[in-house]
Design a protein around this ligand. Structure first.
Ligand SMILES: CCCCCCCCCCCCCCCC(=O)SCCNC(=O)CCNC(=O)[C@H](O)C(C)(C)COP(=O)(O)OP(=O)(O)OC[C@H]1O[C@@H](n2cnc3c(N)ncnc32)[C@H](O)[C@@H]1OP(=O)(O)O
Length: 157
């Protein structure tokens, strides 16, 4: 059986995110998985994700780090409670803060790897540190503060 990605567990009503929603046909539809204590996703940029010819647009990099991190936050919260992502009550996280350092130009002509690590998990907040690499070289580093989705942010039809 193929492993389900974190995002495959998101209920339909929160699966339209541009970065990670499996129901957003124009979006990136990233798929994140555990790899030991870290999480990982891969994404291959399209030619139109260009900043300067040959290099990836920073907004795409930020988006990939953002959504991989919020998915990681949800997965980490379930893991901390010792239960599967298909169990109730649902744990949903949104981005409170997204910080990205662009360390080196990111080549556009190959797959990118984003890896996440849990820095802190406490109460309704998870802090995730991420790296984005191309060809084995770290090109960007991110830190995301993810907070449980407030009731006020219920999906609008
Ligand atoms: C299987 C099931 C899985 C389901 C999984 C579903 C996923 C479902 C989502 C899918 C989609 C994904 C989404 C993609 C990522 C977006 O793009 S999300 C969209 C962008 N984000 C937003 O629109 C969020 C807007 N902001 C808000 O709604 C509220 O400000 C927040 C972020 C929820 C926080 O509000 P709050 O609940 O009142 O938080 P508050 O109690 O003040 O703070 C809680 C903690 O967070 C800290 N904090 C709050 N804001 C900040 C900040 N800006 N900076 C640093 N720390 C902060 C506080 O200091 C506090 O820390 P502690 O004191 O506990 O140590």
């Amino acid at each position: 059986m193929t492993e389900r990605a974190f995002q495959d567990y998101y209920p339909d009503d929160v699966s339209h995110c541009y970065g990670c929603g499996r129901l957003n046909e124009k979006g990136h539809q990233i798929k994140s998985y555990w790899d030991g204590e870290e999480t990982v996703t891969h994404y291959t940029p399209e030619p139109y994700h260009t900043a300067i010819p040959g290099y990836v647009y920073g907004g795409l990099i930020a988006s990939l780090i953002d959504c991989h991190s919020t998915g990681t936050a949800a997965a980490a919260a379930y893991r901390a409670e010792g239960r599967g992502m298909d169990t109730e009550p649902a744990l949903r996280f949104v981005t409170a803060s997204l910080h990205v350092d662009f360390l080196a130009p990111t080549p556009i002509d190959g797959p990118l790897e984003i890896r996440g690590k849990i820095k802190e998990i406490k109460g309704k907040k998870v802090i995730i540190e991420s790296t984005l690499s191309a060809g084995g070289k770290v090109c960007a580093r991110g830190e995301v503060v993810a907070v449980k989705m407030p009731d006020a942010m219920k999906p609008k039809a």
